[in-house]
Each structure stands twice: as C-alpha cells, then as structure tokens.
Design a protein around this ligand. Structure first.
Ligand code: COS
Length: 383
C-alpha cells in the first residue's frame, strides 16, 4: 500500500472503508455489469450504507464534509473495482455541486440530504448534440411564462439521466447571449413534457447509463431555477473545475487496476523457461506504467488538496489532474493488454475492459483537448 504520508487519519479511514466496500461488494460484480449493462444498484446501495455518498456535502445537509481529497481517495478505490459504478458515484458529486454552489437554502434542504443518504441519485446535463466542447452554444430553450419556464429541446450524453431523482439541466433563456444566456434548472422525472431517450450503446462503462433528455413544452417551475437567469454558465464551469480531479481519480483507479493485473500476470506467465517479468522488456513497461499511475495520483491529490484549502482558482490544476491521469490510464491499460498478449485481448481477463473503460476518461467532463485549452489560457492569458 502506498505511504501517502500527507493524508490525515480521517482520509485514510475513508480510503480504507471505500477499499473494503469496493473489493468485497463491487469488484466481484464488475465483469457481469460490463457484460450485461446491468445498473449497479446494489453496489451503489453498499456505498450509501457506509455513508460514502455524502463525502462532498456539508454536515448541515446530511453529508460528512470530508472534502475533495477524501472523495478522490474513495473514487479511486471504487474505480479500481468497477468503472461503471464509479461513474455513477462521481456523478452523484457532479450533480450535487450545482445545488451546493447556487441553490437556495430551501433547494439545498430539499435535495442534498437525500443525495448524501443515497436515497436519490443526481445527474448533470450540459452537453447537446451540437454543443459539447463549446458549452456556451446551448440551444435547449426555456421561455418564462408566469411562474413557469416552458422548456423545448434535447440534451445528450447524460450520465445516469435515466435513474436520477434530480438533474441539473443547463438551458438557454437567450441564445444570442451565449454563456450569459445559460440558465440552470432542476428537473425531476415525471414532469409533463419531459422524457428520457434510450441508453447509448457504448465502448465501455456499460453499467452506467448514458441517455438523451427530451423536453416538449415541458413546464418547469421558476422555483426550480438554480441562481439567477443567465447565471448558469459560471455554475457549470465551477462545478466542472471542482469535479475534474475526481475524473482523474477514477482514471488512477483504472490505471492501478491495469497495473496490478499486469504485474500479477508477469509473475505467473512463463516463456523461454522463466516468468515473463524476468525480461527487461516487460520490466521497463511495468516500471513506466507505475511511474504514470504514481504521478497521476499525486497530481490528482494536489488539485483536490487545493480545493480543500479553499482555493477558488483551481481550473488549471484541475485540468492537469484530469488530463494527465486519463491520458496515463489509457496508456497503462493499453500496455497491460500488451503484457497479457493474446489473453489480454480476450474477456477471460479484465484488462481489455480496463482499456475500454479508460477511454471515456479522456473524453467526458471536457475532452483532453479542452483541458489543454484551459491550461494554455491560464499560461498565456487572453491574446
Ligand atoms: N469558474 C467560474 N466561472 C468560469 C470558469 C470557472 N472555472 N471558467 C469560465 N468561467 C466564466 C468566465 O469567467 C466567463 O464569465 P465572464 O464573461 O463574466 O468573465 C464565462 O464563464 C465564459 O467563459 P469563457 O469565455 O472562458 O467561455 P468559452 O465559451 O470560451 O468556453 C471552455 C470555455 C471551452 C473552457 C468551456 O466551454 C468548457 O469547459 N467546455 C467543455 C465543457 C465540458 O466540460 N463538457 C462536458 C460536460 S460534462 S460530461
């Protein structure tokens, strides 16, 4: 076990608790979840039972206020066991942040305790078919009519959108204003005119449903608005800034799982009368994989540590964490498949799943091209 000397006793305890739940209750089901696309309900319930769903939520709203680093430690453990389960675990966080950042006292009291207890899951819906990286180009429209907004349009790629009890949906109240027209609305299932599309068929994270949301003259009460009209974009950006290190943590978990599988195989598998781990070609691959996972973990912890210190300008460090860890996880998982050779390419071993699951971490919560854009903007300023 890594000697992460800077962790507090509480952070260690949370990591160890998450590790126990992940290894006992989540890992044994991971291959089945991948094969069938089954929603990991019991796995999420096991996390909720141990109080791990409210790590990011203040105590006055039923959470444990354990902080960003504690959450990243838990996320890594869950991702080591099952990337699908960890995606929903992360979205609980991503969906909860906008309420925490911009909700009224009443909205916070209504939703956050239920999110913390795992009674409901949350979702975050920003992307559309025509606006992914260009997040300000939202076209799903809300027009105010008395105490309601009439919402029309569709959102895409919403993780957990089919199961969430509350979804923060970013719409536009004035498209010409781009970012300054974006408004955040809380949507619950069952609203008239709101429907969920069928789940996407994806390369990986099969147990984490990804859906479109459709709005046809859907009436959302003005009371469900988060913050002011036109104030949604900074809420989305602040949420992503806070959440991106957690995607890094997920990537570290997948990378560590791939490394562990490769090391264990290299000890056992024999070729030319010796374990393949005795060959320098394999040793150097394993060493590079370990360096990449270790550097990623430290970068993730650094960004999370800044957030825990109350720093608000962490966009660059959050992008470092997300970008480095996800690029590393992709490389490490691909190399693990290589170490396992023909076996690695089959479903008999989990490394091909790690490789498929790792890919999404380079794409969601801002592609790694967008992360580099954010970093370059911080380096260069507006030119
Ligand atoms: N925190 C708070 N506010 C922020 C912010 C942050 N981290 N980053 C930007 N903003 C604010 C800016 O300050 C600006 O407000 P003002 O005009 O009042 O200054 C506003 O948001 C617009 O910012 P900017 O001009 O940088 O927006 P752009 O349209 O250029 O977009 C990128 C910036 C590309 C970084 C943004 O669109 C983005 O992150 N895209 C990826 C979206 C994404 O991650 N999607 C995945 C969804 S979850 S699967």
């Amino acid at each position: 076990m890594q000697n992460l000397f800077y962790l507090t006793d509480e952070q260690r305890a949370i990591r160890d608790l998450a590790r126990d739940v992940a290894r006992e209750r989540i890992a044994p089901r991971a291959a089945h979840v991948d094969e069938t696309g089954e929603y990991p309900q019991e796995q999420l319930a096991a996390l909720a039972k141990q109080g791990l769903m409210g790590l990011h939520i203040p105590e006055e709203y039923g959470g444990s206020a354990a902080g960003a680093l504690a959450f990243c430690l838990a996320a890594e453990e869950v991702a080591w066991a099952c990337a699908s389960t960890s995606t929903i675990f992360l979205v609980q966080n991503l969906g909860g942040y906008p309420i925490l950042f911009a909700g009224t006292e009443e909205q916070k009291r209504h939703y956050l305790p239920r999110i913390a207890a795992g009674e409901i899951t949350a979702a975050f819906s920003l992307s559309e078919s025509g606006s992914g990286s260009d997040a300000a180009a939202v076209s799903c429209t809300a027009v105010r009519k008395g105490d309601r907004y009439i919402v029309n349009g569709s959102k895409m790629w919403v993780t957990n959108g089919s199961h969430a009890g509350v979804i923060t949906v970013f719409v536009t109240t004035d498209r010409a204003k781009r970012a300054k027209g974006v408004t955040a609305l809380l949507v619950e299932p069952g609203l008239k005119g709101f429907s969920v599309g069928k789940p996407e068929r994806k390369l990986g994270i099969h147990g984490s449903p990804t859906v479109a949301l459709h709005f046809t003259d859907c009436e959302v009460p003005v009371a469900n608005r988060l913050g002011d009209e036109g104030q949604g974009f900074p809420v989305a950006m602040r949420t992503l800034q806070q959440s991106r290190p957690t995607i890094g943590a997920q990537a570290v978990g997948i990378g560590q799982a791939a490394l562990d599988a490769a090391v264990s195989y290299a000890r056992e598998r024999r070729a030319f009368d010796q374990p393949i781990g005795a060959f320098q070609g394999i040793q150097f691959m394993l060493a590079d994989m370990a360096i990449a996972v270790h550097a990623s973990r430290l970068t993730v912890h650094y960004a999370a540590g800044l957030i825990d210190r109350g720093e608000t300008q962490t966009a660059m460090e959050s992008s470092f964490a997300k970008c480095l860890a996800s690029d590393s996880a992709m490389k490490v998982a691909t190399d693990a498949v290589q170490v396992l050779g023909g076996y690695g390419y089959t479903r008999e071993f989990p490394v091909e799943r790690f490789m498929r699951d790792a890919k999404i971490t380079q794409i969601y919560e801002g592609t790694n091209q967008i992360q580099r854009l954010v970093i370059a903007q911080h380096l260069l300023g507006k030119l």
